[in-house]
Design a protein around this ligand. Structure first.
Ligand code: MD3
Ligand code: FE
Length: 213
């Protein structure tokens, strides 16, 4: 065991119908997950994608798995090849798939089989504006997200942009699962605050597992 001051005891928090946070679920695997990310980066480095509106995203991204999320002037979509290298995205590390499937099972989704893992890197000031995730084919599959490194304030809204928004702190090792009634809720991430985390330094990394194809 490598308990640190930053570790969080495990606890399941229900946010809404279909949405739960598994606090501390990945704490004991955080270093191995970061090593998996480094392996992905060796083949598909961080890049700031361009939104269809022409803006450079503040969050840096890469992917692993048979499909990867991409954005450019032509829109948002999933693609089998990394547009930066022309090669297939790196394979999803075994540990990633195992932990994501296990987290989904604990949250009540026993059949989750992710084919895409979007890896987001937040540096201080980076944010994700309120949006819905609707590029995936099967809206019955949940989305599973792992937080590593610096804490973030997650924004959890409703099914309409105008509905009230809750702020939820997500820290290293937290895993959130969003499915069922909550699958199409608006959500986002507040600008990251400066800080230093023993695992990631001055950033937050989020792994988002999806069944995209
Ligand atoms: C809530 N990423 O990449 S995933 C994204 O922390 C994204 O990087 C966030 O939103 C991040 O699209 C967190 C959390 C997430 C994903 C899907 C949801 C939350 C959700 C669907 C409905 C409600
Ligand atoms: Fe999202």
């Amino acid at each position: 065991m490598n308990l640190s001051l930053f570790d969080v005891p495990r606890e399941t928090v229900a946010l809404a119908e279909g949405a739960v946070v598994l606090r501390g679920f990945a704490t004991g695997h955080d270093a191995a997950l970061c090593e998996g990310v480094q392996g992905v980066l060796a083949r598909s480095p961080w890049r700031h994608m361009i939104t269809p509106g022409g803006f450079r995203m503040s969050v840096a991204m890469t992917n692993c798995g048979s499909l990867g999320w991409v954005s450019d002037e032509r829109g948002y979509r999933y693609a089998a090849a990394d547009p930066m290298t022309g090669e297939a995205w790196p394979a999803m590390p075994e540990l990633f798939a195992t932990l994501a499937t296990e987290a989904a099972r604990e949250a009540g989704y026993p059949y989750f089989a992710p084919d895409a893992c979007l890896i987001n890197r937040y540096e201080p000031g980076a944010k994700l504006t309120l949006h819905q995730d609707r590029n995936e084919r099967d809206m019955d599959a949940p989305i599973v997200s792992f937080s590593l490194g610096l804490p973030a304030v997650f924004l959890f809204g409703g099914n309409k942009r105008s509905q009230p928004i809750r702020r939820i702190a997500l820290v290293n090792g937290d895993v959130a699962v969003w499915g069922g009634e909550s699958r199409l809720r608006y959500h986002g991430v507040m600008p990251l605050r400066e800080g230093n985390h023993p695992l990631t330094g001055a950033c937050r990394i989020n792994l988002t597992f999806r069944k995209a194809g």
